[in-house]
Write a protein that binds this ligand. Structure first.
Ligand code: G4P
Ligand code: NA
Ligand code: NA
Length: 190
């Protein structure tokens, strides 16, 4: 996706050998026109999947989740990082460990919003080691829903999460791949 690639080259800020900031158009301030293009592209790539629901994790996944759900004309469901007091025991829970933050967080989805009738497309802004995605695929599994695939805005290939998930047979589409950030230099792929 050239539009996204060009924007990352123009406005992305390499923070370290591991991390890139895209705060000015994805992660903090959000470019809605770019997000619509991204959502439309995911909808096109997963058009044959008969998706009934888009799933992501709050907070940064919501923008891309909403435009993807809009394009597919299905609901967006986002896993919550704090257990809502209204959920009682009627929720699925997954634990996600973040290497970046060196802490783990439980994420919750109400059982009534994810069932074995669903065909789920998971989306997220980043794929690094894949921990967030493992947590979300766990929620889909608990619900007995079908996982149609995963859509990622920016995959950091060098952190290996994508390879592990692809080896498990899950269809993954990432719109931009980063092959390296070494020495403060951005190396983009397809
Ligand atoms: P993983 O889920 O793929 O294993 O990645 P990791 O634990 O390293 O990522 C933890 C958080 O940091 C996630 O956000 C993830 O989206 C984000 N992240 C990972 N790599 C980068 C990066 O290079 N740049 C930026 N800007 N973010 C990155 P989160 O914990 O879900 O937080 P939130 O942003 O949704 O609040
Ligand atoms: Na995220
Ligand atoms: Na994030």
């Amino acid at each position: 996706m050239d539009l996204l690639k060009d924007r990352i080259e123009k406005d992305g800020k390499v923070i370290s050998d591991q991390v890139i900031s895209v705060d000015s158009f994805i992660n903090h301030m959000v470019d809605p026109v770019l997000m619509m293009e991204i959502g439309t592209e995911f909808a096109r790539r997963f058009a044959a999947g008969k998706v009934t629901k888009v799933l992501t994790v709050e907070a940064s996944g919501i923008a891309v989740g909403l435009t993807t759900a809009m394009a597919l004309k299905v609901p967006l469901l986002f896993a919550k990082k704090k257990k809502p007091s209204t959920l009682d025991h009627n929720y699925y829970l997954s634990n996600i460990y973040s290497f970046t933050k060196q802490e783990s967080v439980d994420v919750y989805v109400a059982k009534k919003y994810l069932t074995d009738n669903d065909r789920v497309l998971i989306v997220d802004d980043f794929l690094a080691r894949g921990e967030a995605l493992k947590g979300m695929t766990g929620l889909v599994k608990q619900a007995g829903a079908v996982l149609v695939g995963i859509g990622i805005v920016i995959e950091k290939v060098f952190q290996g999460g994508g390879q592990a998930l692809r080896e498990s047979g899950i269809p993954i589409e990432s719109l931009v791949k980063i092959h390296s950030l070494e020495g403060g230099k951005l190396h983009l792929g397809e």
